[in-house]
Design a protein around this ligand. Structure first.
Ligand code: CA
Length: 231
């Protein structure tokens, strides 16, 4: 069980209650408030949260303005923020990420996706809410120790290959496009070219090839990549 704290700032009661329920089900501690002003009081009065889930459109100080202020504040600039918005425009997404938000979600979203994004942002900020060792055949990946072993040998991988491997091991058999992999592995705030994905796929295959396991990472022509034990 984790003791990670999430501060939820959402003025719509129904959505706020849904968020609290979803996050508590994911074993996260939640403090929920309805305005940016209340959020500022909460930050001053309570233990520092590990992440802020912040609605863009709030009465009074807007969510995007609060995010901007927090990111300019030495005390809070490292506090991860996920912005929630009802508007899906690309311009908004770019603006949200420019002011330093760590991720951006458009309503309506699935609870599963929200929790996955929170985990991803927390992981990027060095916090793990999972304590687990993933296994696929003779490959095991220790989430907390950031260590991969294959056939009982520790394999040296870069942080990116590690994240890629983690993503593949938790998303077996599905095909992902380069764009999807960029979003999922590098995060939406990373502006990276799609061919970077190919470079890292090649490196990962090279590592796996030493153990005769490079065919786990499969190219799906015209679409992307798949990680599967089924050839
Ligand atoms: Ca709102």
């Amino acid at each position: 069980m984790s003791a990670l704290n999430i501060l939820v700032v959402e003025d719509e009661d129904a959505i706020r209650e849904m968020l609290v329920m979803v996050l508590e089900q994911a074993s996260l501690n939640v403090i929920a408030v309805a305005s940016a002003e209340e959020a500022q009081h909460s930050l001053a009065d309570n233990a520092r949260p590990d992440l802020v889930l912040l609605d863009w459109m709030l009465p009074g100080i807007s969510g995007v303005e609060l995010a901007r202020r927090l990111k300019q504040d030495d005390l809070y600039k490292d506090l991860p923020i996920i912005l929630l918005t009802a508007r899906g425009e690309e311009e908004d997404k770019v603006r949200g990420l420019e002011i330093g938000a760590d991720d951006y979600m458009t309503k309506p979203f699935s609870p599963k996706e929200l929790v996955a994004r929170i985990k991803a942002v927390l992981r990027r900020s060095g916090k793990n809410i999972e304590e687990e060792i993933l296994k696929v055949g003779d490959i095991s990946l220790d989430v907390n120790k950031h260590r991969i072993t294959i056939d009982n040998k520790v394999v040296i991988v870069s942080p990116t290959e590690f994240k890629l491997m983690h993503f593949f091991m938790t998303h077996q058999d599905n095909v992902y496009s380069r764009t999807q992999l960029l979003d999922q592995v590098w995060g939406r705030s990373a502006y990276i070219e799609e061919r970077t994905v190919d470079v890292h796929i090649r490196r990962l295959r090279k590592i796996l090839k030493d153990f005769n396991k490079d065919d786990l990472v499969q190219t799906v022509r015209g679409f992307g990549y798949r990680f599967s034990v089924i050839e």
